[in-house]
Design a protein around this ligand. Structure first.
Ligand code: ZN
Length: 399
């Protein structure tokens, strides 16, 4: 078993007014470099030309600095620009691999250009930051005040400095932490993610989103509608945008808090937890995939994954598509698709009466067990995704 897990620790930071200006400059430069990288790669791709990573970096940073239009790139720490090139490279590669079928999981679209009003971020490696005396030193920005809400478990390898659309700043460190395995237990669990309930387990338990979260989500939808009615470029639009960003943060925080609690309980009480991979689940193929619910599911699965790695438990996503609502979990009879309005039915084969979601969770459990036994039989352990490294990207979704 791996004894070390890699995790992110995030802290709120309070840059002084001058530091905010320096940060705005480096965010802007990193954004421009990122977008230039994407454009250059698109051009080469369209021309059928191959371009090396070093050549991309040379053209969008080193050469660009010499031109009058991009001379200001020289004013910020170059480590942030180099990381922006790497972020763009990875985003492009993910899209490419997804197109060619080399990348498993959800289809990745063409990477989007970074925009000024969205979340801004820069990533710095060890030569771009330092920690001393409770302060975070950032190259060419200075010592920034940090609210240390908890101790860092180890010396961080990278830091991502973030400015959220609501105007708050954060530092997110990648650190290594010792795993703390719990005593083994024999239980295994399948979970089905849904809309009516956030989670339904193979044991028959339904876990809903708390009422206050649903209330906040309604408020977010209202704020977004208000924003869409405001005139482009107006002061009222800027205000409405800020309001959306604030409500968005509250939804995100409340949801994350809830996800942590559920994840901890599921991982603590079970040796293995299985879930349907979101990229193959029926829900993800509908328009609903873009909804608030989707963000909540991915966040919950990430929490379960992290906690399973931390506590020495198994978590697996069922990758292949199983028509989980078409198969009887008791006898295996496949009696075809049922409209979403059908919440319960009696199996024509064995007579068992099924709840739709519980039946799906039981099928997921069976598929997860089968995968696990297969992996054991061949002596190959399924890779633990959390141990394999977390996303170090700075361009995460809002979740
Ligand atoms: Zn049956």
């Amino acid at each position: 078993m791996c004894g070390i897990v890699q995790v992110r620790y995030r802290y709120r930071i309070y840059p002084a007014p001058g530091q905010r200006q320096s940060l705005a400059r480096v965010f802007g430069c990193a954004r421009v470099v990122y977008n230039d990288c994407l454009r250059l790669r698109d051009q080469c791709h369209a021309a059928g030309e191959k371009i090396s990573d070093t050549e991309v970096q040379r053209r969008v940073v080193t050469v660009a600095k010499l031109t009058p239009e991009r001379a200001w790139l020289g004013e910020v720490a170059s480590v942030a620009l180099v990381q922006a090139c790497q972020d763009a490279r990875r985003a492009y590669k993910n899209w490419f691999d997804s197109l060619s079928g080399q990348r498993k999981g959800r289809r990745v679209g063409h990477p989007a250009l970074r925009r000024k009003h969205h979340r801004q971020s820069i990533r710095l490696t060890r030569n771009g930051f330092a920690l001393h005396g409770g302060r975070l030193y950032l190259a060419k920005v200075g010592d920034v005040k940090v609210e240390w809400s908890r101790d860092l478990p180890s010396v961080p390898s990278t830091v991502t400095v973030i400015r959220e659309p609501d105007g708050r700043y954060y530092a997110s460190f990648v650190v290594r932490r010792a795993a703390t395995p719990l005593p083994a237990c024999g239980r295994e669990l399948g979970i089905d993610l849904g809309l009516a309930s956030l989670v339904v387990t193979s044991g028959g338990e339904a876990i809903a989103n708390p009422r206050f979260l649903r209330a906040k989500q309604r408020r977010l939808a209202r704020a977004q509608r208000a924003l869409s009615r405001k005139q482009k470029g107006s002061a009222n639009r800027a205000k409405a945008r800020h309001r959306v960003a604030v409500v968005h943060r509250k939804v995100r925080q409340t949801r994350l808090d809830h996800a942590h609690k559920i994840a901890l309980r599921l991982v603590r009480d079970n040796q293995a937890v299985y879930a349907e991979d979101l990229c193959v689940s029926g829900l993800a193929r509908t328009r609903l995939a873009k909804s608030v619910a989707d963000a909540g599911w991915s966040q919950l699965l990430r929490c379960i994954e992290e906690k399973a790695a931390q506590y020495g438990r198994e978590f697996a996503r069922i990758g292949r598509f199983e028509p989980t609502s078409q198969v009887c979990s008791a006898c295996g009879l496949k009696d075809g698709p049922k409209p979403l309005s059908v919440r319960a039915w009696q199996c024509a084969g064995c007579g068992v009466v099924h709840d739709r979601d519980v039946n799906a969770a039981r099928n997921i459990l069976a598929a997860g067990r089968a995968d696990r036994l297969n992996a054991c039989g061949t002596g190959v352990r399924p890779p633990s995704p959390a141990a394999a490294g977390i996303e170090t990207g700075t361009h995460r979704s809002a979740a």
